[in-house]
Design a protein around this ligand. Structure first.
Ligand code: ECH
Length: 321
C-alpha cells in the first residue's frame, strides 16, 4: 500500500477544529503543586454536583489497597506530602508504585482518596489554603468545557502523576489481568447513517461487546489506533493490550459518517457520534470522531479517535474534495 501512518494521520485534517483540552492542561501544568491539588479538588467536587463517577469495583480497589492502607496509617502532614509528591512527579517508592498502576487503577485510587478526604480520614486541602489567581483561571477554563472534555482533563492529569523511571506513559501493557468493567446493558443494534463498510461496523460492534480479539482481527498486521491526544499504537499485539486495558465497558454510539474511495482502492471514512465511559455511564456522552483508513481489501490500516471541540462539530462532515 502506498500510504504510511504519517499520511494516514492527516486524513480529513481539513475538517478538524483545534481542541481546547491541550490548552487547558497546559494552563494546569503551570500551577504550583498545591494549586494543582486544590484545582483538582475544586474541579472534581464542582463536577460532582451534576455528575459523579461510579464507585470502582472491589476487585479494582484491591489493586490499590496496599497503598491506600499505608496512607490511612499516615499523619495528615505525611498524607499531604504524599499527594504533593505524586502531583510533582517526585521519585519516592509510593510515586513509583502509583506509576505502575493502569489508568483505571490510578483513577480508582484517587476516587477512594477523594472519599477518604470527604470522611476526614485523609488530609483535606489545607484549611488555610488561599485560592490563587492561577487556580481561578484554570477553573474558569474547565467550566467552559463540555462534560466529556472536563472528565478528559481530569483523567489526563491523574494519568501523568507519580514517578516513572523509564518513559512509558501509557500504562496499557500493565493491565492485562485487570478486573473487567461489568456491562449493565446489552449492546444496541447499530446503524450509522452513510456508512456500510463491514470492517467499520464490525469494529464498533466488537468494542461494544468487549470482544477485542474480534476488533483486532479487523486490522492489517501493521495497523494502528491513535487515541485522543496520543501517538498511534502500532501493530495488532499493542492494539490488543491497549484495548483490553482502556476500551473496556465503553458504549460506542456512532451516528453518521462519510466514506470516500481513493484511486488505489483504499477508502477513508469520517464518522461522528457519542461515547460513554463506564466511569460515568449515561451521565456523560463524549462527542467523538473516528477517522478510518481502510486498505483496498477492506482491512483497517489506521483509525484516529478525536475528541471533538464542540457538539456542532458532530455535523461537520463534508467531503475533502
Ligand atoms: C481529588 C483531589 C486531589 C487530586 C485528585 C482528586 C481526584 C480526582 C478523580 C478524578 C476522576 C476522574 C475520572 C475520569 C474518567 C474519564 C474517562 C474518560 C474516558 C474516555 C474514553 C474514550 C475512549 C475512546 C476509545 C474509542 C475507540 O474507538 C478505541 C479505543 C478508545 C479530588 C481527590 C486527582 C477521582 C474517573 C475521559 C474517549 C472510542 C481510544 C479507548
Amino acid at each position: 500500500m502506498s500510504f504510511s501512518i504519517e499520511s494516514a494521520q492527516k486524513i480529513f485534517s481539513g475538517t478538524q477544529v483545534p481542541s481546547p483540552i491541550p490548552a487547558t492542561i497546559a494552563l494546569f501544568d503551570q500551577l504550583s503543586v498545591d494549586d494543582k491539588l486544590a484545582l483538582l479538588w475544586f474541579a472534581y467536587t464542582e463536577l460532582g454536583r451534576s455528575i459523579t463517577p461510579a464507585a470502582p469495583g472491589a476487585a479494582r480497589l484491591q489493586l490499590a489497597e496496599g497503598l491506600l492502607n499505608q496512607i490511612k496509617q499516615m499523619s495528615n502532614d505525611e498524607q499531604t506530602q504524599l499527594m504533593r509528591d505524586l502531583a510533582a512527579y517526585v521519585d519516592t517508592p509510593i510515586s513509583r508504585s502509583y506509576a505502575n498502576f493502569s489508568v483505571n487503577t490510578k483513577l480508582a485510587f484517587w476516587f477512594e482518596l477523594g472519599e477518604l478526604m470527604k470522611k476526614g480520614i485523609v488530609a483535606p486541602i489545607p484549611p488555610g489554603y488561599q485560592i490563587t489567581q492561577g487556580v481561578k483561571v484554570v477553573l474558569e477554563a474547565i467550566q467552559k468545557l463540555d462534560p466529556g472534555q472536563q472528565i478528559t482533563v481530569l483523567r489526563n492529569t491523574v494519568i501523568n502523576m507519580g514517578f516513572e523511571p523509564e518513559v512509558n506513559s501509557s500504562g496499557y501493557a500493565k493491565a492485562a489481568k485487570e478486573p473487567m468493567f461489568p456491562r449493565t446493558q446489552p449492546a444496541p443494534q447499530l446503524t450509522v447513517e452513510g456508512i456500510t463498510e463491514p470492517a467499520v461496523l464490525s469494529y464498533f460492534e466488537a468494542l461494544n461487546a468487549d470482544n477485542f480479539d474480534a476488533a483486532i482481527a479487523l486490522f492489517t498486521p501493521d495497523g494502528a489506533v491513535q487515541p485522543p491526544f496520543q501517538k498511534p499504537i502500532v501493530g495488532r499485539e499493542s492494539i490488543a493490550a491497549y484495548m483490553r486495558a482502556e476500551a473496556q465497558g465503553l458504549n460506542i454510539m456512532p451516528e453518521q459518517g462519510i466514506s470516500e474511495s481513493l484511486p488505489d482502492g483504499s477508502k477513508q471514512l469520517k464518522i461522528t457520534g457519542k461515547v460513554q465511559t463506564p466511569w460515568f455511564g449515561v451521565q456523560v456522552g463524549m462527542n467523538i470522531a473516528w477517522r478510518f483508513l481502510l486498505n483496498p481489501e477492506g482491512k483497517i490500516f489506521f483509525v484516529a479517535i478525536d475528541m471533538l471541540a464542540s457538539p456542532q462539530e458532530l455535523m461537520n462532515l463534508r467531503p475533502t474534495k
